[in-house]
Write a protein that binds this ligand. Sequence first.
Ligand code: SAH
Length: 363
Amino acid sequence: MSQLGDEIKAMIAESGPISVERYMELALGHPELGYYMSRDPFGAAGDFTTAPEISQMFGELIGLWAAEVWASMGRPNPVRLIELGPGRGTLMSDALRAARIVPDFRAAIDVTLVEMSPTLAESQHETLLTAGAPIAWSPTLAECPEGPAIFIANEFLDALPVRQYVRSGGRWRERIVRLDNAGELAFGVAREPEPFIQAPGEDGDILEVNPASHRLVFELGARLVKQGGVALFIDYGHAVTGIADTLQALRAHRMVDPLRDPGEADVTAHVDFAAMARSGRATGAAVHGPIDQGDFLRAIGIDARTQALSGRASPDRASEFEVARQRLVGKAEGEMGALFKVMAISNRSLPPPPGFEPTTPSA
Ligand code: SAH
């Protein structure tokens, strides 16, 4: 068992079972032993690969997307470009480079990176040393500077802890993490039912909710309504709320038991975009999507970008761009185009952001 696993076991032995939500929070964000707190998990040698790590095109297209959003906002100066959970800083670096073709936008940008991990903040700092834009770090959204803003969050919501309920004996009870007879971490069910949950279901069903994501969307929506701007969320998840346990753990690119070795594997849950959209609308903001990542990237020009980059590259490099494009937009097993969804939340006075414009039905 990992060091954090031992610590969680001791915690449960002393004070009783913890909720799945608390478990996930500790597994990712324990100040010293949490998964993101002390390591760089990305890439082939790590546990998982994200879209900005697959290709520079991803961040570049988002940079150009942001420039168009900025123009639709009336070209505010300054404009806050705020990224939630920036990982290695790769997306932001590619976005800022691409944004150079819109010099007024580039000059108006000040960047805030919302990051809880000191290790990853360090790696973002290194990636962005030569970016040439003012960059500040903030551990939470609440501490970000005010004003018109463009928010970007790629694979951020999936890292926020979910709460789960299990249907048993016709009632919903919170799913917990306890110790089994052998003293190992095991899932269990709280004794007391939760009277406030109205969802129907059958015994054994698992209902998953994400209070932290809702809090974030409420905070963000309220800010966009008041101060103007747009937020872009990209993540894997479902467009329709369902009843399912989506908690999963990835280690070295393989699925592992989420209770095994907390702190050593990336524990995440699918994003319930329908629920996020409801929260977004409740703030008075406009919600666009969710749409498939593949459709979004094509709408904002990934095909042309691939061609432009390939045209200037060696044949090997050109085929790398094509392979990356296919992985990002393709909708087959193992490709990201349909698995990942894109949703935007914006101030109502703004037109739909690029990629979300209503399309005229083709003949
Ligand atoms: N966007 C990046 C990284 C995704 S991984 C990419 O696409 O490559 C999730 C990122 O969110 C990491 O940087 C992690 O440290 C950060 N993170 C997770 N939970 C967070 C929280 N509650 N507050 C701030 N940052 C968080």
